[in-house]
Write a protein that binds this ligand. Structure first.
Ligand code: E4P
Length: 220
């Protein structure tokens, strides 16, 4: 499963990139609004930091405007994937953009039918929003599993990108379901590697090694 970070923070992205396991980035207008600086420059800088798919979202709500913005976003850097909301105008725009060879990440997916239509329109990625469904007492991960099952029957060139993940268990469940990608906040990403037993185990190994070195020195 590919690991994406769901952030527009260059500080977080640079820190995470050092671990060598981040495959891409998803941004959205809300995430970019939290940062200071020109959003387009931030996107380009993200592309220069992570050599993978970097989603930048259109904000127009009509197909023509989405296509215009999508073309512009895609022209900023080869890594940019145009993120388009799953509404009727978004489907129209996706068909046009993907026909031109641009990669589209269809976002705000809350049903299997939306994912199916997104794949038919040529989207390269579909982003089911797990946490936001959980928030309204609907099991978000079931949507991910349903989309994977549906896509398994056909031959769409479309990856399932589990989004709106809120904690490490979501990441585990996305992997168990067979999601192609999981995108998560930096805070969640940092939790993935931590385990108190690893820290305790390492401390003990180092203590024992230190004691052995002391013994060897004293015996010499
Ligand atoms: C995905 O691409 C979205 O940016 C994101 O996962 C939304 O997450 P949220 O529901 O935590 O805002």
């Amino acid at each position: 499963m590919k690991i994406f970070l769901d952030t527009a923070s260059l500080k977080e992205i640079r820190e995470a990139a050092k671990l060598g396991v981040v495959d891409g980035i998803t941004t959205n207008p809300s995430l970019l609004a939290k940062e200071t600086g020109d959003p387009e420059q931030i996107l380009v800088e993200i592309c220069n930091t992570i050599d993978g798919p970097i989603s930048g979202e259109v904000v127009a709500t009509d197909a023509e405007g989405m296509v215009r913005e999508g073309r512009h976003l895609a022209s900023l850097h080869k890594n940019i994937v145009v993120k388009v909301p799953c509404i009727p105008e978004g489907l129209k725009a996706t068909k046009v953009l993907t026909g031109e060879g641009k990669r589209v990440n269809m976002t705000l997916i809350f049903s299997p039918t939306q994912a199916l239509l997104a794949a038919k329109a040529g989207a390269r990625y579909v982003s089911p929003f797990v946490g936001r469904l959980d928030d309204v007492a609907t099991p978000g991960m079931e949507l991910v599993a349903d989309i994977i099952e549906i896509f398994d029957h056909y031959d769409y060139d479309c990856e399932v990108l589990a989004a709106s993940l809120r904690h490490p268990m979501h990441v585990v469940e996305a992997a168990l379901a067979g999601a192609d990608i999981a995108t998560m906040p930096y805070a969640v990403f940092k939790q993935l590697v931590r385990h108190p037993l690893t820290d305790i185990g390492l401390e003990k190994f180092l203590q024992d090694w230190g004691a052995l070195q002391k013994e060897l020195k004293e015996g010499a």
